[in-house]
Structures are given as C-alpha cells and as structure tokens.
Design a protein around this ligand. Structure first.
Ligand code: GLC
Ligand code: CA
Length: 529
C-alpha cells in the first residue's frame, strides 16, 4: 500500500444532494465545483462521488445505464473533467463509485440480453428456467420481494439482488469481466484515482446457499481486475463489504493477494438497531462500539488497512443513533475524536462535519428512497401509521440524503428551485453558521483533520486500547516512542479522569475548554505525552 493511500481523508459526496447550480432542484457537478474551496478548507484530501453516471434513478444512480457517461442532470463529461482537474490542482484525489454487481435494466447490455435466449448479451446476466412454474430458489432481494423476476418475452427469470430494475451481472462470463476491466481503465486513464466498490463481495454467487452471499470465485475475479486495471494504475480501492470478519477482510485486502486496497467494516453500525432490521431501534451498547472498533484496529494491524467510517448515504445520521441530542456538539465531536483518532483511512459523509441529526419527514410521501418505501408497504399491516413513520424516521436512508445545508436561506441554500427531496434543516447547523463560530462541530472537524494529517503518530502509530469501562474509553497511539492518548467520555454523566492518564500531558485537541481531572459528559481529549 502506498503511503498516500494510508494518509487519505475521504469526503463522500452524494451528488444529488450536495449543491444545485442551475435551479432544477438536483445537485450537480458544477455545484460540486463551486464548493471545492469548502472541501479544501475542511482538510480532506480525496472525494468519493456516489454514482454520477446516466441512470433511470430507480436507486438514485446505483442503477447505471451507461458506465462511461455522466448523467445529464449532473452535467457533461467536460464538466466532470473540469472537476477532476480542479480537485487535483487543490491536492484532492477523486474516487468514483464502481457499481458492477448489477446494471440498470435500461443498460444497453440488458436491453439486448432480454431480446432472446440466443442474444450475444444474454449471458451477461443470470437467467434461470422456472422450477415447477416458480422462482428457481427462495432468495430475497435487498429491497423486498423475490430476487428473481420473470421475463415474459423469453420465459426465464433473471436475478436481481436489489430492485428488479437492477439485474445482476454474470461475472462467470469472461466477457463481462473484460468489459468491466476496460471500463475501469477508461476512468483511470482519464485521471481518476480509484474507486469505492459497491457491494463488491456479491459479484460471485453461491447458488447452493439459502441466501445470496459470497461466491467461490470472488478472490479470483478481484485479482483479475487488479492485474488488468487497478494494479497497474496504483488505484485506491475501498470495497463495500457488510458482515465480514477481519480474517475474511484480509483475504480481500492483504498486500500479497493483489485484490482491493481496503474495505469498509460496518460492524459498529449494526449497534442500536435490531440485527439486520434497520428500522427497529434498540439501545446502543457503547462499550461494544469501542470494542468493535478496537477489534478491527488489531485485526488489520500488520496487513490490510482500517477504514474509519460512521456515516454514508445508506445510514441515518450518527448523531441521532450513537450521539445524544441533549449534547449535540459534545457528542458529535466526541464521536469524531474517538473514531478518527484511530489508525486508518478516515471517511466522512457530507454534512457529518456539521454534526447533522436526522431530519423530519412528516409523511410517507416525503420519502424518495426505494428501500424505505418498499419497507413501509411490507410492514403496513403490522403497525399503525405513527409507529411506521417513527421507524422510517429512525432508519431510512433518506435521513442522510436531504440537501446539504449551506446557509439559512430558502432550501438551505442548496437550490433556488424546488429540491427533489424535503430540505428540512436546522438554521444553527449550516455551513455559513458553523463557519462563523469557531466552537462549532465544523471547526472541530477542521482542526481534527489538520492535526491528524500533520501528526505521524496519529497517522501511522500503533494502536492500543487501554481502558473501556463505565463509559470512559482511553486508547494509546505510539510511533517511535512518541505517544498520544485519546480519552473519551461516552456517557451523559461526569467521571474522574482515569488514573492511567499521566498528569503532564498537552491537549492537542479537546471539545471542552480547560482539562482538569474530571471528564464531563461526552468530553474528548487528544493528548500528547
Ligand atoms: C450499496 C449502495 C446502496 C445501493 C446498493 C445497490 O449498498 O451503497 O446505496 O442501494 O448498493 O447498489
Ligand atoms: Ca442541478
């Protein structure tokens, strides 16, 4: 792994919701371009753009109809190249979203494939005959219903792990793998620096399993992409992989294997909800939150590399789930110090740096996300409307997809037109308001990233968890005898500063003024010994 890759702070942009330049209510590339100074001031050094390719938008761009184009609502390929150049001139790398488990059903390959059983593109997708007049197996799609859709014209089912408008590609077909490698090279040759790889552990299927999961050829296919495209370009890749162990992660990210650079781990994001059911809330086990993060630090200590994440476009806001709305500043900044004080690549999602909480969606009609809407209808008969709305307001992916709040003007300064989704916002938590207040969450993130990027100990030092009990966690970072301690109070009550913290420390960053020997609610200190 190259050093720059380990020192990356990635800012995820959801193009549809970031900044609208032309008043059509949809964020776009010129809008992003106008915010490059903001990104630079934040201290990030890479941007990950959620998909900006042409798409019918059944799943907001994760259903791609042309892998080599730019969605007209986002701009032109020239706009994209201008953004790429401008980011590079500002020392910011650009990662695209690589969505290759499936395409849109409106992709030319699928449109050809569904014409006839002997079409040359038929085998780009996964087709099966009906079994006793039914679906070939009981697999369920992530957005509800069967994972199989019957195609009347050719009398077979096709597989879709997500919506029926997202048919799965057949990675066992070498032509598909070559097309994907060529497409990756097309973007890397243009100057793109890498990819976030959507549901990448699903590309190979195990049809003997009861539910879709990792298939037998995953590593072989990833290695092939590495050899043909990613490796020669030195691209940075971050795989989206849910439900992995550190050992499984190393099989994808160990240097010696030549597959991916690193993968997200989301185990801590399973807390505060009931298992895989993202709409059912439960208490957050705060001790487990820290223990899980530590487990991954240890698991990827010698090989692979940790990725530090707590929000993205599929998650509700971290503050609403893991923080405390009675202490919005303290808990948001404590979570940031706890997570990004660790060793790993930092990933921050647009608006997280403002300490945003989940917005309010008054009715079902205010939601846009296919997963949320389908889940609502699936549960409609089991709960009353109020309960359903509370569940959606807790777990919906739209919680993080409302417009980025730039200022206190109409629609938070996101658009001069009508936003594509409600622009509910808190006027005290806009970019303009927080830029004007040095004690804001935004300024804390700025200081934290600056500190991290200039401190070899925080960037590369070893990690050791020293204490995690009764709501207080302390961990240590060390490089060549230089030591930092990160001390956090993950509770709404005060507690004595642990005795393992020496007296003669210097606070490099803290979310309360004046140290002292009591930790206050959600206090966080990054200390130099
Ligand atoms: C990933 C994306 C999510 C999308 C799904 C299907 O999980 O993050 O937004 O719906 O893949 O592409
Ligand atoms: Ca627009």
């Amino acid at each position: 792994m190259q050093t720059w890759q380990k020192e990356t702070v990635i800012y995820q942009i959801y193009p549809k919701s970031f900044c609208d330049s032309n008043g059509d209510g949809i964020g776009d590339i010129p809008g992003i371009l106008s915010k490059v100074p903001y990104l630079k001031a934040l201290g990030i050094n890479a941007v990950w753009l959620s998909p900006c390719y042409p798409s019918p938008n059944d799943d907001n761009g994760y259903d791609i109809s042309d892998y080599r184009g730019i969605a007209p609502e986002y701009g032109t390929l020239d706009d994209f190249k201008t953004l790429l150049d401008t980011l590079h001139q500002n020392g910011i790398r650009l990662l695209l979203d690589l969505v290759v488990n499936h395409t849109s059903d409106e992709h030319a390959w699928f449109e050809a494939a569904r014409q006839s059983r002997d079409n040359p593109y038929r085998d780009y997708y996964i087709w099966r005959d009906p079994v006793d007049g039914h679906e070939p197996n009981g697999w369920r799609a992530a957005f509800g219903g069967s994972a199989w859709e019957f195609d009347e014209k050719t009398g077979q089912y096709y597989l879709h792990l997500f919506s029926r408008k997202q048919p799965d590609l057949n990675w066992d077909n070498p032509k598909v793998r070559q097309e994907i490698a060529d497409m990756i090279n097309y973007w890397l040759d243009m100057g793109v620096d890498g990819f976030r790889c959507d549901v990448i552990n699903s590309i190979s299927k195990d049809f003997t399993a009861d539910a879709p999961g990792m298939g037998p050829h995953l590593h072989e296919y990833l290695h092939e992409l590495h050899v043909k495209a990613l490796g020669p370009h030195g691209a940075l890749t971050v795989g989206e992989t849910w439900g992995m162990t550190p050992a499984q992660t190393l099989l994808m990210t160990s240097e010696a294997r030549g597959e991916l650079t690193m993968t997200f781990q989301f185990e801590h994001l399973m807390l505060g909800r009931v298992g895989w059911d993202k709409f059912r809330r439960c208490d957050v086990d705060r001790k487990a939150f820290v223990d899980i993060l530590a487990k991954w630090e240890y698991g990827l200590k010698d090989d692979g590399y940790p990725v530090l994440v707590m929000e993205n476009h599929d998650q509700p806001r971290a503050l609403s789930r893991f923080g405390d709305d009675r202490y919005p500043f303290e808990s948001a900044t404590m979570l940031a110090a706890l997570l990004y004080g660790m060793r790993g690549v930092a990933v921050v999602y647009e608006g997280q740096e403002l300490g945003l909480a989940n917005p309010t969606f008054p009715t079902l009609a205010d939601y846009r996300d296919i997963e949320t809407i389908n889940a609502y209808h699936e549960m409609e008969n089991d709960y009353d409307e109020q309960t359903l709305l509370e569940m959606m307001n807790f777990g919906s992916r739209d919680n993080s997809r409302v417009p980025m709040p730039w200022d206190g003007s109409a629609h938070a300064g996101f658009t001069t037109g009508t936003p594509w989704i409600v622009a509910d916002f808190d006027p005290t938590k806009t970019v303009a308001a927080e830029e004007a207040d040095e004690n804001s969450v935004l300024w804390f993130y700025r200081k934290l990233f600056r500190l991290r990027q200039n401190d070899p100990v925080l960037l590369h030092g070893d990690f050791e968890l020293l204490q995690n009990e009764d709501g207080t966690a302390v961990y240590r970072r060390e490089k060549d005898g230089d030591v930092r301690l990160v001390v956090v109070r993950f509770a709404d009550t005060p507690a004595p500063l642990p005795t393992i913290v020496p007296a003669n420390t210097e606070a490099l960053l803290a979310n309360y003024p004046n140290g002292g020997d009591t930790l206050r609610p959600y206090e966080a200190r990054i200390l130099k010994i």
